[in-house]
Design a protein around this ligand. Sequence first.
Ligand code: MLT
Length: 261
Amino acid sequence: MGSLTPDTLRLRYTRTGGGEPVVLIHAFPMDHTLWDAQVRYLEERSYLLIAPDLPGFGQSTESQGWRLAEVAAALLEIAETEGMDRFGAVGLSMGTYAALELYRQAPDRVASLVLANGRARADNDAEREARTRLIARIRTEGLAVLDEVMLPRLVRPGTNLKLGERIRQTMHRNTPEAIAHAVEALRERADSTPLLAHIKCPVLVIAGSDDPITTAADCRELADAIPGAEFVEIPDAGHLSNLDNPAAFNEAVGTFLDSVE
Ligand code: MLT
C-alpha cells in the first residue's frame, strides 16, 4: 500500500495493474476492499487501479472534522504522486460525493466519471437531523448501531449470508469515532446540483434495481441532469450494487471505460 501525507489528510491506497489510470472511491462505511472484484476485473482489461481508504476507514488514519472537499484535494495529490495527469474516477455513494468534488476542483484532470448509487444534492433538514442522531447513537452504543441501521439497507433483501457477513466485518474494522466523523462529513457535504449541467467529460450513472437509499429513480434523475450521461440499472442489486451483482457492474463499468477516448 502506498501512502501520502497531504497538508490536510493522510490517505492510504492500493495501486494495482497498469494502463489508463482509474481511481475507485468507496462507499460509507466500507473501505477500499469494496472494490476487490472490480480491481481484479479491470486489471485484466489493462487499467491502473488506485483504491484509497477514506479518512478513518481501512488503513487510513482517523481525522476529526474532515470534509469531502479535502478528500478530493488529497486524491489529486495522490494522482500527482503517481504521475497521473488525467484519470477516470469511479465512486459509489459517498464515493460519488467525492468524485463530484474532484470534478469541481479539477475538471481538466478527470477523464471520465462513474457515479454509482449516488446523488448530487446536499442533505435536507430531516436527513441532517437523522445524521446528527446517528452520530450520537454511534458514540453511546458503538458499532452495533450500524448492524441495525445500515446493514439491512446496503444490500437487497435476500442477499446471501456470506456477503452480509463480509460487509458487517468490514464495517466493524472501523472505530466508532471514525464512523462518527464520516457521518459528519456526509452531513456537511456541498450541494453538487449546480455543477451537473457543466460536466463535460463522459459520465456513466449506475443504479441498483432494489436500492432503498438512492433509488433507481434518483439515479435516473442524476443522469438526466448531466449532458450526455449514460445510465445503467444493475438488476438484482441493492445500494452496494457492485457487491450484489459484480458481473453486471463490471460489465457496465468496463464497457464504459473502454469507450472513453
Ligand atoms: C454510502 O453508501 O456511502 C452512504 O449511504 C451515503 C449516504 O448516506 O449519503
